[in-house]
Design a protein around this ligand. Structure first.
Ligand code: ADP
Length: 272
């Protein structure tokens, strides 16, 4: 998809952002984060650590209690929603059930007042991008879960946004589909150069797709770094434990070799 902008992705800045829903407890505590134009940044962390709240504030659905969020240098609250250029994908994909796939994809374009011929061309391109050309006439209920989720991704991208927010978008899919979609989302990101902010509690997803990962706990970023650095140089015991927890290998001791145990891993490999 083409864009009029030199860099299709938007830069995002969280500047001293705090959020409290009840006026007492801070669920996001003094967040400072610069997301580069075109970057794939993942917010990773346990449930309740404040990731979705950050996304909701970035989408403009929730105002920060303190601080400011900037989109390409402009305070997000001052930009009217249709000028923000933000696409969104959530876990339950929320396609309109009474509309066909094509109508679902056309909807964000109609809202923006595009001509019929432009809408047709963009819808066809978006379908091709997620490898579902020819599915435009079907209803969402006639598609598999994975196909529906691909349409949700296409709908978030069809109006050529500068920023795409994804909140656990693959949570409802089985392992094989999840892996396929991870690959497709990464591929689309690389082709379009759009900025992606991705929320997950699944570290495999975070580590395979992201340029950088922000590890959240208790409303704060514990570490912001490229994925490999999280393994090699965890900044504190929380990061080491969170990353390590899902990274354990299991197996059984098969024999002793020169005073060391030889362990056959569940994967079939042996280590001493
Ligand atoms: P995560 O995405 O990491 O699971 P959330 O941002 O959803 O974390 O939640 C952070 C905290 O804010 C949790 O304690 C949650 O219960 C609370 N919270 C989230 N949304 C609301 C809301 N709309 N009203 C009140 N509390 C909320």
């Amino acid at each position: 998809m083409s864009s009029q902008r030199e860099t299709p992705g938007a830069a995002v800045k969280f500047d001293g952002v705090q959020k409290s829903y009840d006026g007492e407890t801070l669920v996001v505590k003094d967040l400072n984060l610069d997301i580069r134009a075109g970057e794939f940044l993942t917010m990773l962390g346990p449930s309740g650590s404040g990731k979705t709240t950050c996304l909701m504030m970035l989408a403009g659905f929730e105002p920060p209690t303190h601080g400011e969020i900037f989109l390409d240098g402009q305070p997000i609250g001052q930009l009217p929603p249709h000028k923000r250029g933000i696409g969104m994908v959530f876990q339950n994909y929320a396609l309109f059930p009474h509309m066909t796939v094509g109508e679902n994809l056309a909807y964000p374009l109609k809202v923006r007042g595009l001509s019929k011929s432009d809408i047709k061309a963009k819808v066809e391109r978006a379908l091709a991008m997620v490898e579902l050309s020819g599915f435009g006439g079907r209803r969402p209920a006639q598609l598999s879960g994975g196909q529906q989720q691909r349409i949700a991704v296409a709908r978030a991208l069809v109006f050529e946004p500068n920023l795409v927010l994804m909140d656990e978008p693959l949570g409802a899919l089985d392992k094989q589909l999840r892996e396929q979609m991870q690959y497709e989302i990464k591929h689309i990101h690389e082709n379009l150069g759009v900025t992606v902010v991705y929320v997950t509690h699944d570290q495999t997803e975070a580590l395979t797709m992201s340029d950088r990962v922000a590890v959240f706990n208790d409303g704060k970023i514990q570490q912001l770094s490229p994925p490999e650095e999280l393994y090699e140089h965890p900044h504190n015991s929380f990061v080491a434990q969170f990353i390590g927890e899902n990274n354990k290998l299991s197996g059984t001791i098969s024999k002793m070799v020169n005073g060391h145990c030889e362990v056959t891993l569940d994967t079939g490999a042996t280590v001493t």
